[in-house]
Design a protein around this ligand. Structure first.
Ligand code: ATP
Ligand code: MG
Length: 393
């Protein structure tokens, strides 16, 4: 007989804390679960207790876990064998098969038994002892029992509906189910940071839409494709992702003509925030999300953020603010946006980049620089270039 897992035990975390919202949260989690498994057949989700059980229906547990690892809200998954009304001998045989798959590096183990079904004729400790013996024998002296700090644990749960045996636990995304929060608008460039920022806010349940500024024809169609590719990666976590596109070409040309180059980026970013606010209001977004990280570049000093931020009253979420680039890159690799982000297509900010951007621009300086511009008109014209693209994950 070979080992075949029947089910996955699904665990979710913070949801349990959410009181009255719990049903809504669970429904969103179910919806996302269905989405990532939609092209697989035979599986079934049941909830016999607080814990959720996914009957694998013959599907490969690793494949199912890989898909569920894209769903926000789950904390961990354990593939388990289920035995209906087993004898102790049946349980021992399954324990033996599971023990055959222990990683070669493991040296210590224990068996953890919970007997919920008191009709089962052996007590928890007796079952653990029996199964411990089976594991020791199967691995022929390679393992030692360590009840305090084992490297490997065989869990056995004897319940009226069945006996579960499991040893592995795969991590989930954590966070809150997608859609449990309101909408936020992500300023999505083609860089490394903003997709990570979007991901982190999505992970807290918010519905995130992207806003990308291009400078066509100074930026290419390929640069746009790159942003779309990043949007698709984010859509894998949510099922869908909407990107708004706005042209900044006219604004950038105006700034080049009329604004001190050192202030160019500050003024440009003030335009970005103003336009983002207009789109956010139209789309009922309650916040703007950016990939800014404190001190990373000239436009991300506290002085710059202050001066740029002062054009809007919307909350600006900057989930990367306290992170080093290395941390950000680690997440970008985890969510598979990194390779796309480092493709060398020009960004609307970089093509007009000044040599010595002001690192401490003051609000008065920005206001003075903007006096020669028809700010309202420039925004209106930019908003007239609005295009929307809906992506699926
Ligand atoms: P990223 O890696 O996300 O491009 P960055 O380190 O290159 O960030 P900046 O270019 O200064 O930093 O941009 C800071 C933030 O401003 C970005 O994280 C993003 O949220 C927003 N942003 C920059 N360029 C654009 C753009 N072309 N369209 C939309 N948002 C942008
Ligand atoms: Mg950038």
């Amino acid at each position: 007989m070979s080992l075949r897992y029947d089910i996955l035990i699904l665990r979710y975390g913070e949801l349990a804390l959410k009181g009255r919202n719990r049903a809504t949260f669970e429904n969103l989690l179910i919806k996302q679960t269905r989405r990532v498994l939609k092209d697989l057949e035979g599986w079934k989700l049941t909830r016999p207790s607080r814990r959720w059980i996914l009957d694998l229906g013959g599907n490969d547990p690793e494949e199912v876990v890989k898909r569920l690892q894209k769903v926000f809200g789950y904390v961990s998954f354990s593939p388990a064998v289920v035995l209906k009304e087993p004898t102790i001998e049946d349980i021992k045989e399954t324990a033996r098969l599971i023990a055959q798959n222990i990683d070669p590096g493991v040296e210590t183990f224990k068996v953890n038994t919970r007997r919920v079904d008191k009709k089962f004729p052996f007590e928890s400790l007796e079952v653990s002892k029996e199964l411990g013996g089976v594991v020791l024998k199967e691995l022929d002296g390679r393992l030692k029992v360590d009840v305090h700090n084992p490297q490997w644990v065989l869990n056995v749960e004897i319940r009226p509906e069945g006996t579960y045996l499991f040893s592995q636990s795969y991590p989930g995304q954590g966070g809150l189910p997608y859609g449990s929060g309101s909408k936020a608008l992500l300023l999505l460039s083609g860089g490394i940071d903003s997709p990570v920022a979007g991901y982190l806010i999505m992970k807290r349940g918010a519905v995130v839409e992207g806003l990308h500024f291009h400078s066509f024809p100074f930026t290419s169609e390929r640069a746009k494709e790159k942003v779309i590719d990043l949007g698709r990666k984010l859509a894998e976590f949510s099922g869908k992702f909407r990107i708004h596109f706005i042209s900044l070409t006219e604004i950038q040309k105006e700034l080049k003509l009329k604004v001190d180059p050192d202030l160019n980026i500050t003024i440009l970013r003030r335009f970005m925030y103003r336009i983002a606010e207009a789109i956010a209001k139209k789309e009922q977004s309650l916040a703007i999300v950016t990939g800014e990280s404190l001190g990373q570049v000239a436009s991300q000093t506290l002085e710059s953020l202050y001066t740029i931020n002062s054009v809007t009253s919307l909350p600006i979420l900057r989930p990367l603010c306290g992170m080093d680039k290395e941390n950000i890159i680690t997440i970008a690799k985890d969510i598979d946006t990194y390779e796309t982000s480092i493709q060398p297509y020009e960004d609307c900010c970089t093509i007009f980049l000044p040599e010595h951007p002001e690192t401490k621009p003051r609000v008065e300086q920005a206001l003075r620089a903007e006096e020669v511009l028809d700010v309202e008109k420039l925004i209106e014209n930019a908003l007239a270039t609005h295009e929307i693209l809906d992506l699926e994950g």
